[in-house]
Design a protein around this ligand. Sequence first.
Ligand SMILES: [Zn+2]
Length: 95
Amino acid sequence: MGLEYLVIVFFFGLATGIIGKAKGSSFWIWFLVGAVLPILGLVAVVFYRREKDEPERQCPQCLKPVKLYVQVCPRCGYDLYLPDPRAVRHPGVRG
Ligand SMILES: [Zn+2]
């Protein structure tokens, strides 16, 4: 546990935090993850996906917004088949 270790941990934390922030998450949370788990934290943040980027639609029965990949509504158990394209919203896409 020398100075080199601290420097490595710091830069892993920094890189992980920057990527996490670029993905819309908290810099400091990812900084800590990257510093506590160097390499693993960095891998985690690279594969981390923003849930709000997933296209979503409304359940026709209870009107709960659910992700497009959800096949059964978690609130009312309604079977969700392929959605009407007009009903699909892309919250991560502007315009
Ligand atoms: Zn429902």
